[in-house]
Design a protein around this ligand. Sequence first.
Ligand SMILES: *Cc1c(COP(=O)(O)O)cnc(C)c1O
Length: 231
Amino acid sequence: MTNFRERLNRVQARIHAAAERAGRDPAAVQLLAVSKTRPAADIREAFACGQRRFGENYLQEALDKQQQLQDLTIEWHFIGPLQSNKTRAIAENFDWVHSVDRLKVARRLSEQRPAGRPPLNICVQVNLDREASKSGVLPEALDSLLESLQPLPHIQVRGLMAIPAVRSDPQQQRQALQPLADALARLQPRYPQLDTLSMGMSGDLEAAIAAGATLVRIGTDLFGPRIYQEN
Ligand SMILES: *Cc1c(COP(=O)(O)O)cnc(C)c1O
């Protein structure tokens, strides 16, 4: 991990270059460091390099690391699949949730958000490629889900998120992501608080920025290959 700073610089340079190519302000693209499977020490090192936003997929793993990193002012994003029985701990310990795809979990997150905390920022995950194995609302059900989230007092819907099927060709990546950007543009007049397009991972960061991403979620290219433990 001694070269984290180098990797961070490289990813930031890619963000910068992609934004300039797209005629966009590089500062309009935020970097979420996806730290799943990484030890707390890696997050601490990334924090020391100036990184403040971290994304986690697995609740228990995230809570363990948060415990060890209480002294740092980290903005925590939950980006993994949501189960109803885990919403309380998420509402209590995260600033953002990117993977909301049904009213039931949104309602629970709102109800369980502790009093005195700002509303929980959420993105609605859209299953762009209609993959049976993936979470996310189907595109045709997006509008009615958004409508149903509006009355919930302790969440703030900030945008849309997607994890498209893997494609290697940048042109195809861009095409796959464009519908999410189009959906956000279509919904913004109705919901002016929508300002976030969460898309782009290590393999499609450039295509995502070309398509309008405002937040890219990068794991592998920041931390190296993931460490999965058998147990
Ligand atoms: C793991 C993960 C990422 C990061 O993927 P990399 O290819 O390692 O950059 C981004 N978003 C979500 C939802 C993830 O689960």
